[in-house]
Design a protein around this ligand. Structure first.
Ligand SMILES: [Ca+2]
Ligand SMILES: [Ca+2]
Length: 502
């Protein structure tokens, strides 16, 4: 029973999903007038088995220094004065088309040369001076111009030049005098392949670029749009490149061409279905080959652990990695700067919002009782804001002076007690010092007064004969003593006589 219910629910869900998908598909197809896109394998190439064993590319021809390999075509190696190009063998007869070109332009120099060109022309421009292809072409050239010939610091750039077969390319000015449109993009030395999606649909040419910073293949950004562009009804697709005094590797990983059909002018349904099947088949093959390739690579590495060419290859890689890292670092810095700017802008915006809200509040307040005034409140508001700012400033000043005072008071308070004792101590020590001085003076005086015997040898006495000499002094003392003893004896005799008398 439960199983039955599950099955019932599942079937219901399936029905709902199928109905929904049908409706959704209808909605998508009806809402957008996107063209039908059909992959054209005879006007395309891509890895992993891009070239055949004899070095040729199925449905394509290559010239000059172009070197096809299994997974890419090196249109020019990074050597001086190289030229190369690859062209479809047959003319395409699509009214509308789209090219998806995946490439890498790499070089050790800060500046590279000359660049890469993607073509749709009425003839194959096998060999010539315009990025390795012929001049005076009839059709479209989209140039990935690395080198700044006119010195205007506007390269690397992507330039679209249309030609009716009479124009001679203005190489000296990087085609700026003939460009139908251009955009500045650095497509050299990127971590991932650069992708260009060039669409010619309803006489409008659009160039979108994936700048090779992300592995996301659909991360395209707008570069150029040219309206009312008339191109030959039939043409060859091609890609070419050239180097000059400076040289880059110009490697094309894939060139995919799609025929675009307007929704109203649908071709027979089977035709649109077949390519889809073909595409799936190719996709399957691609995956199969990819796996096989990986397996073979592993086997090869096992069999040849140290191949002569590999170490230098690694060194080149590391140099490239360094350049890429530098680019990344630069980008990161810019990113941070922008973030900061954004933050500041947000702050400014916030402030503005605050002001606006204050103003609107004020207007509301004013207009409620009086009815109309709008300009007066703004002026008054300005006054209020000014006054408030002044008040704020005054408060700040007061606060500053107060804090200064507090600081001083605090300092004084902290130092008060020690200072008192210190002063007292100082006073005492001063007193002590003074006392010492007094003592010393007293001592000195004492010494002076105690030692007269040494000093008072009376050198000035001799001139005075009246001065008492030591002998005289002793004689005097002896006489005095004799007299005193005599007196004492006399008195004691007197007293004894008196006692007798009584
Ligand atoms: Ca140039
Ligand atoms: Ca330039």
């Amino acid at each position: 029973m439960a199983a039955f219910i599950d099955k019932f629910v599942a079937t219901g869900l399936l029905i709902i999903l199928s109905v929904c998908s049908q409706i959704c598909a209808d909605a998508v197809s009806s809402s957008s007038d996107t063209p039908h896109r059909r992959f054209e394998y005879k006007y395309s190439f891509k890895g992993p088995h891009l070239s055949q064993s004899d070095g040729s590319i199925p449905f394509w021809i290559h010239t000059g220094n172009a070197i096809p390999s299994a997974d890419q075509i090196r249109i020019t190696p990074s050597l001086r004065s190289q030229k190369g190009s690859v062209w479809t063998k047959n003319k395409a007869k699509f009214e509308n088309w789209e090219m998806e070109v995946t490439f890498r332009i790499t070089g050790r120099g800060r500046v590279g040369a000359d660049g890469l060109a993607v073509w749709y022309t009425s003839d194959q421009g096998l060999d010539g001076p315009v990025f390795g292809a012929v001049d005076s072409w009839n059709g479209l050239g989209v140039f990935f111009d690395s080198f700044d010939n006119d010195g205007k610091k506007n390269n690397p750039a992507i330039v679209v030049v249309g030609n009716n077969g009479k124009l001679v390319y203005d190489h000296e000015n990087d085609g700026s005098t003939q460009a139908l449109g251009s955009c500045l993009r650095d497509f050299r030395n990127k971590p991932y392949p650069v992708r260009a999606k060039i669409t010619y649909y309803q006489k409008t040419l659009t160039v979108l670029i994936n700048n090779g910073f992300t592995p996301d293949k659909e991360d395209y950004e707008f570069c150029v749009k040219v309206d009312n562009m008339i191109l030959p009804l039939e043409g060859f697709f091609g890609i070419s490149a050239a180097t000059g005094g400076l040289a880059d590797d110009h490697d094309v990983l894939s060139f995919l061409t799609f025929r675009l059909t307007e929704p109203g002018h649908q071709e027979a349904v089977p035709e649109t279905e077949i390519p889809q099947e073909e595409k799936e088949k190719y996709q399957e093959e691609f995956e199969h080959f990819q796996q096989e390739l990986d397996k073979r690579k592993e086997e090869y590495q096992k069999d040849h652990p140290s191949v002569h060419g590999e170490p230098t290859e690694d060194v080149y890689e590391s140099v490239n990695d360094r350049e890429i890292r530098q680019v990344f670092e630069g980008q990161n810095r810019i990113h941070l700067e922008i973030k900061q700017l954004n933050r500041q802008l947000d702050m400014i915006l916030d402030e503005q919002r605050r002001y606006v809200s204050v103003v609107t509040d004020e207007i509301a307040k004013r207009s409620a009782p009086q009815g109309q005034p709008v300009q007066v409140p703004i002026q008054e508001l300005d006054n209020i804001v000014r006054i408030q700012q002044e008040v704020l400033k005054s408060i700040n000043d007061v606060r500053n002076s107060l804090s200064e005072s507090l600081r001083q008071v605090g300092a004084i308070h902290n130092q008060a007690n020690p200072a008192g004792t210190y002063e007292t101590m100082q006073h005492f020590s001063d007193l002590k010092e003074h006392l010492h001085m007094v003592k010393r003076s007293v001592d000195h005086l004492v010494q002076q007064s105690v030692g007269p015997s040494e000093k008072a040898r009376c050198p000035e006495l001799p001139p005075f004969p009246s001065c008492l000499s030591t002998t005289h002094f002793f004689i005097f003392v002896a006489v005095q003593t004799v007299l005193f003893i005599g007196y004492m004896m006399y008195r004691s005799q007197q007293e004894a006589a008196a006692k007798k008398f009584f």
